[in-house]
Design a protein around this ligand. Structure first.
Ligand code: SIN
Ligand code: FE
Length: 298
C-alpha cells in the first residue's frame, strides 16, 4: 500500500485516471490542504460539541438524500443546526471537489452518508463487530452495495494529533488466505439463496428490504471474520500511517483492510462507485471473489 500525495495543480481527466488506478490498486490518496475542509472556527466548534456516551449511534451522520443529520443529542446541549450546517457543507464541498478530481467516478457515484467522529478511538469500548481498532474491510449491514465500491474521504479535524491507521495486505492475498474460512462457499448455498429470495419477496409486497446479493452477504461475513480472527490481527499488520492534523485522505475501504488505532475528531464522506466507473473492474473485490468462488456473486 502506498500513500500518494495529490498534486492539485494537475487536476484533469488524465491525472484523475492515474489517481483512480492508484485507488483501485489499494493505495491511499492524500491531500494536505483540502479546500473543502471546514474553516478553523467550524472545526473548533465541532470539537466543542459533546456526543453523549450513551448514544446508540457510533457516529453523527449527515444523510444527503434526506438533508438530515442523525445521532445528535440535543439533551447534551449540542447545537444541532450548526452541526448539520457544517457537515452538509463538508459533504457538498467534498463531493464537488473530489468529483472534479476523479471525474470518471464523480459522473456515476451515488452519495452515501457523511459522518462526524468525535470520540477518541484509542481504547474505545465497543462490541467486537463495531470496533474500529481491529483491521477489517468495510461492508454496511443495512446498505448493501451489490458489488459497488465504497470510496471514503476523511479529514482529520483534530488541532494537533494525527489519526493513525494500520492497514494489511492486498485484498487478493487476504481472500486467498481467508475467504473460504470466512464463508465464501456458504453464501452461494441453497439456504443463503433462499434467505435472499425472502428479502426479494418482501420488496415485491412493498416492504423496505434493500436488495442483497451473495457478494453483500460475503463482505459482511468477511468484515466480522477478520475482526474476530486474532491470528490475522496479530500477524498481518503491514503499514502504520499517521494522518496529520488537518489532512484529508481517501481510499476504497471495501478493499483495504484497515483499522484506526488512535485519533479523535474526524469527518468523512462516503461515495458508492459503480463497477462500470472503474478503470479496471477486474481489480474490484467482486471480480476477485467471483474468480475464487468460480461463480457469479450478484
Ligand atoms: C473505519 O472505517 O474503520 C474507521 C476509520 C476512521 O474512522 O478513521
Ligand atoms: Fe472501516
Amino acid at each position: 500500500m502506498q500513500v500518494i500525495t495529490i498534486n492539485t495543480s494537475l487536476l484533469g481527466e488524465q491525472y484523475g485516471e492515474e489517481l483512480c488506478r492508484h485507488l483501485e490498486a489499494g493505495d491511499i490518496l492524500m491531500l494536505e490542504h483540502a479546500p473543502f475542509a471546514p474553516a478553523e472556527a467550524d472545526k473548533e466548534f465541532l470539537r466543542d460539541q459533546k456526543q453523549s456516551a450513551s448514544s446508540a449511534f457510533k457516529n453523527i451522520a449527515y444523510k444527503p438524500h434526506l438533508n438530515k443529520t442523525t445521532g445528535l443529542s440535543a439533551d447534551s446541549g449540542m447545537d444541532c443546526d450548526a452541526v448539520h450546517r457544517i457537515l452538509s457543507s463538508y459533504s457538498k464541498g467534498a463531493v464537488d471537489y473530489v468529483g472534479r478530481l476523479l471525474p470518471r467516478y464523480g459522473r456515476k457515484w451515488k452519495l452515501d452518508f457523511a459522518t462526524y467522529r468525535p470520540v477518541e478511538e484509542e481504547g474505545r469500548d465497543l462490541p467486537l463487530k463495531r470496533r474500529n481498532d481491529l483491521m477489517h474491510v468495510d461492508a454496511f449491514p443495512t446498505r448493501p452495495t451489490n458489488g459497488g465500491r465504497i470510496l471514503r474521504i476523511f479529514t482529520n479535524i483534530h488541532p494537533s494529533k494525527p489519526r493513525v491507521w494500520v492497514t494489511s495486505d492486498p485484498f487478493e492475498d487476504l481472500c486467498r488466505d481467508y475467504a473460504i474460512a470466512a464463508g465464501l462457499g456458504s453464501v452461494t448455498s441453497a439456504g443463503a439463496a433462499l434467505k435472499r429470495a425472502v428479502g426479494r419477496a418482501a420488496r415485491v409486497v412493498g416492504m423496505k428490504a434493500p436488495k442483497r446479493t451473495a457478494y453483500d452477504d460475503f463482505m459482511q461475513a468477511f468484515h466480522h471474520y477478520l475482526k474476530a480472527n486474532e491470528q490475522f490481527q496479530q500477524t498481518r499488520m503491514r503499514d502504520t500511517t499517521p494522518f496529520a492534523a488537518g489532512t484529508t485522505w481517501m481510499a476504497f475501504t471495501d478493499q483495504i483492510a484497515h483499522s484506526v488505532k488512535s485519533g479523535q475528531f474526524a469527518i468523512e464522506q462516503t461515495c458508492i462507485v459503480p463497477l462500470d466507473a472503474m478503470v479496471d473492474s477486474a481489480r474490484a473485490p467482486l471480480a476477485v471473489l467471483e474468480k475464487l468462488a468460480g461463480c457469479s456473486l450478484v
